[in-house]
Structures are given as C-alpha cells and as structure tokens.
Design a protein around this ligand. Sequence first.
Ligand code: URA
Length: 228
Amino acid sequence: MKSELLGLARGLRRRLEQAPPPFAAAKTPRDKAARLDEIARAIESCRLCALSATRLKAVPGIGSPDAAVMFVGEGPGFEENRRGEPFVGRAGELLDKILASIGLSRRTVYIANMVKCRPMKDPRTPEARGNDRPPSPEELSACRPHIEAQARVIEPRFIVALGAVAARALLQTEAPISRLRGQWQDIQFGGRTVKLLPTYHPAALLRNPDLKKDVWTDMKALKKALCE
Ligand code: URA
C-alpha cells in the first residue's frame, strides 16, 4: 500500500514537472497573435508618458507574431500617428523595398518602434509637417516595457535596429550609428539573449543615398544569418 502511494506520488510529481507552468510564454503562432493583441490594447490605453495625451493613434507594431526578425525604429511620425501602423510614410516605402531585396516583407517580419506614440516638437500643431522629433530618454524608458513584452512573445532570433535612436537605446551606448552599424552584438531583450544588428534608418537613406550600400551590406549579412 505504502509503495503504491509512493508510486502514485512520483507519477503525479513527474506529470506536474512536465506540464507547462500556468503563465508560460505563448508558443503557437495563434497564442502569440492573441498575446500581441493584448499588448496592443495595453499600448492603446497606456498613459505612462505625456506622448499619450497628444497621440491620434498609438502604433503598437505589425507583422508576423512568429517572426524570426524584428525591425525596430524610433517612433511614429505624422503618417503613422494617423494610421496606427509603423513605417507607412516615405521611409516606410523604402523599408518595404529593403525588406523585399532580401525576400522579406512586412507580413513575414515584425516591425515596431521604441516608442509607440508620436513625439512632436510642438504638440499644439499636430497637423504641421516637420513637427517630428526623436523621443527623449524619459519617453524611451517609459515605453520600453511595451517592446520588451512584444519581444518576449515573438521570441525573434534577430533584431535590426533602424537608426541611431533605436541602436543606442538597445545597446545602451552613446556611440555614433556610423560606428555601430553592421556590427552584430548580443543583447538581453525580452528575457532572452538576442543578436542585434544596427543599420541606418531608411529616413537617413532618403537624405543621403550614399548610405544605401552599407544598408545593403547589412541586409546581406542578415539574410545569411537567417539561412544558417
Ligand atoms: N520612423 C520611425 O522610426 N518609425 C516609424 O514608424 C516611422 C518613421
């Protein structure tokens, strides 16, 4: 009788050890999509910084919940603020072409920003063009839990930081993007070690087309890493 009870207890313990913990990370693409939707709802009602007071739409992110690579920009601009989707202006059109050049698209990767609401130079004139500004260090740290939560769900193999703001925030450095770009680095992000590749922001390429060859080099390196 005693040995039977001991056997039952052992079996139960084994089953409990094998069962997923009650708050395990979402694993199937469907679970991941549901978790990303929950995070998007939290972002849409977020009031953690003053940018929430002037946003038209929060811009959580878009793409595959199971993406192997996350592209991370700095923050929404004029057009993104109206549409609630990242990279939909001219820089976004160029990003689509960059993705297509290595066989990717906004449906197969995940695209998001370090901050989810539009930073404006003058919040009293939201309709003015040229009113975008980079997010402040306080805005970056207030918003950081949102992108970390997204990365925790997606579990990407790689992150591409688009531009100086995202690269510096993710690497916690003040180094110039010209020195950071093209250099793979391991970062702790969303509870895991992830390989980060900084490159130039598409908007920088629109201003200075000479930078395109470096981005092409970086995208070839990303493609190679994705195939390994
Ligand atoms: N620039 C960014 O960094 N993100 C966007 O979504 C659009 C432009």
